[in-house]
Design a protein around this ligand. Structure first.
Ligand SMILES: O=C(Oc1cc(O)cc(O)c1C(=O)O)c1ccc(O)c(O)c1
Length: 257
């Protein structure tokens, strides 16, 4: 029996593309800008997942987008958004921002702090319809509501507790206490992309992987460790147990068509 790591599509943080300029460090999970990797162009409708650190008082000046659902989630610091539909907001940790670029929009994203970096995720999802009317959504999800269970942020079924995008995608988040475990389930006919925002976890198959009960003297380990910036892509029905092994562990689970 092959070991667990060899059977899973694990994308280590260090294999991401990098853009490093004077005011920006950006790690690209998928092809972006000068980083082009034919094996990492997208995962289903998930097209971009950049982990960015923007220096104080710097940012992305006004530029256009079209036909993309653009999601921003701040890990540390703040991000100031302005766009051509007259939306102007500052988002901070716990705020989820979604911009439907649709038929075309111009926006800027700046770090408004004079002293602190902004650390955030910029996520692009291909929409299921072209040339939609541009739209902006923002919602706060408290730290307590995210603690030690999967909290839905984006749901395919509209709800007053969540946001919705123009794609068959559910997005869940958790902040895990060290030692706490939660399940990760990829349902039949669905696809999962698990991204480790911060901290680290062990991932154990449920039920346990057959190699762990092997009678050979050198059994392969029945868990793997995933750390900040690592990701796991799943396309078969599977269930795992995720256990936090570090303080400030935060995970995102994309459930995709
Ligand atoms: O800046 C562009 O995309 C971005 C990439 C990031 O990692 C974070 C961001 O906030 C943005 C952004 O859009 O603000 C970008 C994309 C496409 C394009 O034609 C551009 O001129 C800029």
């Amino acid at each position: 029996m092959k070991d667990l790591t060899a059977q899973l599509d694990i994308r280590r943080a260090g294999t991401r593309g990098i853009t490093q300029i004077d005011w920006l460090q950006s790690h690209h999970a998928f092809s972006f800008g000068h980083y082009q990797n034919a094996k990492r162009n997208n995962f289903r409708a998930l097209r971009v997942l950049n982990e960015d650190i923007v220096s104080p008082d710097q940012g992305f000046g006004e530029h256009p987008h079209a036909n993309m659902e653009i999601i921003s989630w701040v890990l540390q610091g703040q991000l100031e958004h302005a766009d051509s539909t007259h939306q102007h907001h500052i988002i901070a940790p716990g705020d989820l921002q979604i911009m439907t670029a649709g038929q075309g929009i111009r926006h800027s994203e700046f770090n408004p702090s004079k002293t602190d970096p902004a650390h955030f995720l910029q996520i692009w999802v291909t929409p299921n319809k072209l040339n939609l009317t541009p739209a902006y959504q923002q919602k706060h999800f408290s730290q307590e509501s995210r603690q030690d269970h999967w909290l839905p942020l984006i749901t395919t079924t509209p709800s007053s507790d969540t946001l919705t995008i123009n794609q068959d995608l559910n997005l869940y988040i958790t902040d895990l206490t060290p030692g706490h475990s939660i399940p990760l389930i990829n349902q039949p006919s669905r696809h999962t992309y698990l991204h480790i925002n911060t901290g680290s976890i062990t991932l154990t198959p449920s039920p346990p992987h057959p190699s762990s009960s092997s009678s050979t003297s050198v059994a392969a380990p029945n868990f793997i460790t995933l750390s900040a910036g690592d990701a796991l892509a799943l396309s078969t029905p599977t269930q795992f147990t995720l256990t936090s092994t570090a303080p400030n562990t935060q995970l995102l689970h994309f459930d995709l068509d």
